[in-house]
Design a protein around this ligand. Structure first.
Ligand code: CP
Length: 307
């Protein structure tokens, strides 16, 4: 996200909204996409598949569990291999932070999208979050955002906190103090969850990432006490302002950071985020490699800064 200017972010949001409204369409039927997921995913993987299909792209299967990576092939050699066969776009999720550093500055022409690196960044999630916020409020400047949960292990927290701050929102944090590291201290204060619920325009919840916690942290973790202190239930929803949005990148842990009846309550945008994710991913792919066609004015062309 740190490579994107605010102008580029707005271009992506507007393009995604144009795809969503049907104002523009695109045909990339001569392009090949491969989604390389070295870490589990439901939303991001499926969303990129739907986005690629809507853009008319041909999708080439890749099964990380049965690839030659398991014989010691490097990520670079894997990507160079599929590029040489004509794949135009590689969407990569990897458990290693900054996996992409192995690929940058190398002899590659293929387009790359980071679909989440370890505990680093999750740019497509961040961009769909920004689209969902912009669609609801129409601006970012001055919005109060509270990010509550496992900040330490969340790539979404890193990406969203950085992007929202750059766009003029005021970002605050909640959850276990141990997860509130110097990186977040430099961005905004830590507040208790009741205060965040009363004051924020956007309450963004994060899952406790048990798979990234140490064994002793998992042993000491109590769902009940976490939910009581940091979880959002209807009592806390009722403390919120009338137009507060509740967001969560999902997967959600019901009864840990969010109560069952909050997941689909009228303040929840969780499934809207998933819906918008398809259009934002279309916008990302289109910006990298597409040819846009405008329904109303076929000769119209737009300049997109991101290449
Ligand atoms: N939000 C998100 O990244 O979900 P997945 O891990 O299911 O892709």
């Amino acid at each position: 996200m740190s490579q994107l200017s605010n102008e580029e972010i707005f271009n992506l949001i507007h393009l995604a909204m144009d795809f969503k409204s049907g104002k523009i369409r695109s045909n990339n039927s001569d392009k090949f996409a491969m989604n390389l997921f070295f870490e589990d995913s439901t939303r991001t993987n499926t969303s990129f598949q739907v986005a690629e299909a809507k853009l008319g792209m041909k999708q080439i299967d890749f099964d990380a569990r049965h690839s030659s990576v398991n014989k010691g092939e490097s990520l670079y050699d894997t990507i160079k291999t599929v590029e040489s066969m004509g794949v135009n776009l590689a969407v990569i999720r990897h458990k290693q932070d900054k996996f992409y550093e192995e690929l940058l500055g190398k002899n590659l022409k293929i387009h790359l999208i980071n679909a989440g690196d370890g505990t680093g960044q999750h740019p497509s999630q961040s961009l769909l979050d920004l689209m969902t916020i912009y669609e609801r409020f129409g601006y970012f400047e001055g919005l109060k955002v509270g990010i509550i949960g496992d900040l330490k292990h969340s790539r979404v927290a890193h990406s969203d906190a950085e992007a929202l701050t750059n766009l003029g929102a005021e970002v605050n944090f909640g959850g276990l103090k141990e997860w509130y590291s110097d990186e977040f201290k430099a961005i905004g204060p830590h507040m208790n969850v009741d205060e965040l619920c009363q004051e924020m325009d956007i309450v963004m919840l994060l899952r406790v990432q048990h798979e990234r916690l140490a064994d002793n942290e998992n042993k000491e973790f109590s769902k009940e006490s976490y939910f009581k202190e940091f979880g959002i239930d209807m009592r806390r929803v009722e403390m919120m302002k009338a137009d507060t949005m509740i967001m969560h990148p999902a997967p959600i842990n019901r009864g840990v950071e969010i109560a069952d009846d909050v997941v689909e309550c009228n303040k929840s945008y969780i499934f809207k985020q998933m819906e918008n994710g398809v259009y934002m991913r279309m916008a990302m792919i289109e910006t990298l490699l597409g040819v846009k066609q405008f329904d109303n004015d076929p000769d119209q062309e737009r300049e997109f800064v991101l290449r």
